[in-house]
Design a protein around this ligand. Structure first.
Ligand SMILES: [Fe+2]
Length: 382
């Protein structure tokens, strides 16, 4: 048995109604909370009002920065940090999907370190960020428990990945009631992102015994609840299981990393604006079909976690069952299945294949691809 290092997670407040505890949690960290959220959905659903009420009831001053776009930019992070400084905010409450959580992490860095934020892609900030309470309203990115943030620099046309332990939220509040208003397509795409995290963490060459346990449980929870949540958004049990599954997947990939699906989905986002979860969803089964001969035992465990009857099957057939099961689950989500539906053309594939090949995640993949292999996978789903 080999040893491992595991990044310590934040304090987790989990379960229906847990959003009411945000104020109490924030009071332990500061006096003035700035809520970092998107432009409309948390206002429309009432989630923002709930958070403000909880903070005020606990005696905090609440400031709202409701300007985070999807794929938050450098400018948004700078603007948020200026507001937080002006209001003397000493705790940040990130409310929403991956984008508000990413923005809050960027703001947290700029509150305690010099700008520009771009320099922290290559170099670790000197000081830990302002404390963050992360409150996800989707079930997919697990940004509430990871050290990662992705900030877009439109001038350089790049998405910067910053990895820094000093921005892991101090508290993650996971309340399934905040996720019931997610529309089916967002439930599906964020859920498929989480399933991709779990699957890739499990097959990753840098996974360990602890990440394997988390990843398999995540696959079982997501596989058993994603379609229920897509079909009936108000199914609170399915919503809670999805939140738990995506969080476990986050622990797993935060330590075992992701692999070729993520290498290939990033160029689809950069070149064609395909939402991250939708790109992963299309790629997951084809990439696992490619990986299957390199890790048939692991694929068999994935098939079991997805509830496939593999007893009595040969290793080969059992591993194929995982690929078929992932494909069937994806079809049931109703998400688009072909790259051409997003405007991808054949002539764009060579550059994307080169970008995917060069991505750091590619090295974690159990089967080492060539640029031609990656080209073939893109072409197969064009
Ligand atoms: Fe992802």
């Amino acid at each position: 048995m080999s040893g491992f290092i595991f990044q310590v997670p934040p304090r987790i407040v989990f379960g229906a109604g847990s959003a009411r505890k945000i104020g109490e949690e924030a009071a332990r960290l500061g006096n003035t909370a700035m809520i970092v959220t998107g432009r409309s959905s948390t206002t429309r659903t009432g989630a923002l009002d709930k958070v403000v009420a909880s903070l005020e009831a606990a005696g905090l001053t609440a400031v709202t920065f409701a300007e985070v776009e999807s794929d938050p930019s450098v400018a948004t992070v700078e603007k948020g940090a200026a507001l937080a400084r002006g209001k003397n905010a000493d705790v940040l409450v990130a409310l929403g999907g991956g984008s508000p959580m990413d923005a809050a992490k960027g703001i947290a860095i700029l509150m305690t370190n010099d700008g520009p934020i771009q320099k922290y892609e290559k170099k670790q900030p000197a000081a830990a960020g302002t404390p963050i309470i992360a409150v996800p309203t989707t079930a997919g990115t697990a940004s509430e428990i990871t050290r990662f943030t992705v900030i877009t620099d439109p001038a350089a046309k790049v998405k910067m990945l910053i990895a820094f332990a000093g921005i892991i939220p101090k508290v993650a509040v996971l309340d399934p009631e905040l996720t019931v208003s997610m529309p089916p397509s967002v439930t599906a795409s964020t859920g498929m992102d989480a399933l991709t995290h779990a699957t890739e963490a499990y097959i990753s060459k840098v996974g360990n015994q602890l990440t394997a346990v988390q990843a398999l449980e995540a696959i079982e929870l997501i596989g058993g609840n994603l379609i229920r949540a897509v079909m009936n958004g108000g199914d609170i049990e399915a919503r809670q299981n999805m939140l738990l599954g995506q969080m476990l997947a986050g622990f797993a990939f935060g330590n075992a990393s992701v692999a070729l699906v993520h290498s290939m989905s990033r160029p689809l986002g950069a070149h064609f604006g395909i939402p991250h979860g939708m790109a992963n969803a299309m790629l997951l089964a084809p990439v696992m079909a490619y990986n299957r001969p390199a890790c048939p035992e692991k694929l068999t465990r994935i098939a079991q976690a997805l509830g496939e009857p593999v007893e009595g099957l040969s290793l080969r057939d059992a591993s194929f069952a995982a690929v078929d099961s992932l494909e069937a689950l994806f079809e049931e989500t109703g998400l688009p299945g072909r790259l051409s539906e997003f405007g991808v053309t054949e002539d764009a594939i060579p550059q994307m294949a080169k970008d995917a090949f060069a991505s750091g995640s590619t090295n974690n993949n159990p089967r080492v691809p060539t640029v031609e292999d990656i080209t073939d996978i893109y072409t197969s789903i064009l």
